[in-house]
Design a binder for this molecule. Structure first.
Ligand code: DOR
Ligand code: ZN
Length: 358
């Protein structure tokens, strides 16, 4: 897609503050139980809506389960916030076309999430191939229900840094071609190839981009020692990939929008001999994106990416409220909670240039 937002880029220097339409997070993990209550307020403070991932254990695989999960999420939204969770169904081999129709008719559900089996956290119930799912994909195409894809192959023989590109060639691009009406969100893209593909694909194909993939490359995982809190999947890639993602995010191309992939794991499960993948960015997410856009001299493009393009893609109204980011030098908070059950926050101890005003 050519950029539709072709306004000149206002310069950063002279902006003491930025006012934005309230943003939405188009890719978020909230968990359940105690953790749900801990993390919902961080997202509800900033974002109007969030697309909530279904990789609980057991997975959220039916419309009824998604609606019940939405209710549990809503029960943790602080008074005064109008935050609304948007739910997804976990694509398993037992999903039926009838269930797709029920999902499409539910006011809570906005998509179906595809995890290749074994690709990431709680993906054991994911799919091994798409052949058995033709009728489900046709039903989604008919209903206009987007397929949200974790795009990585899972063969352990494939280099971990190449798994997204291999998935794009072997599965995602052929799927988009085979199903001419299927709406596809290529989630948390991490490579130059993925960004180029989405740019040249039809408008029914979009992508989310996380703050960590805009701000860091894979060197960060090994800087001065192993940094488990910077391990997520798909893993951070090369500097040239990061640069391509920044170029896509600031391009004004409406196919790219904000999706944090904020994914809380406790310290004991991250700082372990086999640590979990996931970066918890919700408490500083909008500031982290502002940091990436400010560094690129493109703050004038943040609102489209953070607040307009995702809503447009999902056919939902843009939020009416505004938020304000103030120019301020401050240091990111370290963690939520204490001890083994603490969750480390992205960008802990590092400087930000913008801060959300209360
Ligand atoms: O790093 C990740 N964490 N990537 C995913 O795809 C899942 C997520 C999680 O649920 O922890
Ligand atoms: Zn995710």
């Amino acid at each position: 897609m050519p950029p539709t937002d072709s306004l000149p880029l206002p310069s950063n220097e002279a902006s003491p503050h930025l006012e934005l339409t309230r943003p939405d997070d188009w890719h978020l993990h909230l968990r359940d139980g105690e953790m749900l209550g801990r993390v919902v307020p961080y997202t509800a403070r900033v974002f109007g809506r969030a697309v909530v991932m279904p990789n609980l254990s057991p997975p959220v695989a039916t419309t009824a389960a998604a609606e019940q999960y939405a209710e549990r999420i809503r029960s943790h939204v602080p008074a005064g916030s109008r935050f609304r969770p948007l739910m997804t169904l976990y694509l398993t081999e037992s999903l039926s076309p009838e269930e797709v129709a029920r999902a499409a008719a539910s006011p809570d559900v906005v998509g179906v999430k595809l995890y290749p089996k074994g690709a990431t956290t709680n993906s054991a119930d994911g799919v091994e191939g798409l052949d058995a799912l033709e009728s489900v994909l046709v039903a989604m195409e008919k209903a206009g229900l987007p397929l949200l894809i974790h795009g990585e192959v899972t063969e352990t023989s494939t280099d971990v840094f190449d798994r997204e590109c291999r998935f794009l060639e072997s599965t995602l691009a052929p799927l988009v071609e085979r199903h001419e009406g299927l709406r596809v969100v290529f989630e948390h893209i991490t490579t130059k190839e993925a960004a180029e593909y989405v740019m040249s694909a039809p408008p029914r194909v979009a992508a989310t981009i996380t703050p960590q993939h805009l701000l860091l490359n894979r060197n960060a995982i090994f800087e001065g020692g192993l940094r488990p809190h910077l391990y997520c999947l798909p893993v951070l890639k090369r500097e040239e990939d990061r640069e391509a993602l920044v170029a896509a995010a600031i391009s004004g191309d409406p196919s790219f929008f904000l999706g944090t992939d904020s994914a809380p794991h406790t310290r004991e499960t991250k700082e372990a001999s086999c640590g979990c993948a996931g970066i918890f960015s919700a408490p500083v997410a909008i500031e982290a994106y502002a940091e990436a856009f400010a560094r690129a001299g493109a703050l004038g493009r943040l609102e489209g990416f953070a607040s307009h393009f995702g809503a447009d893609y999902y056919g939902l109204p843009r939020n009416e409220e505004k938020i304000r980011l103030e120019r301020a030098d401050w240091i990111g908070p370290e963690r939520d909670g204490e001890g083994d059950s603490a969750v480390e926050i992205f960008w802990a101890g590092s400087p930000f240039q913008y801060k959300l005003a209360d």
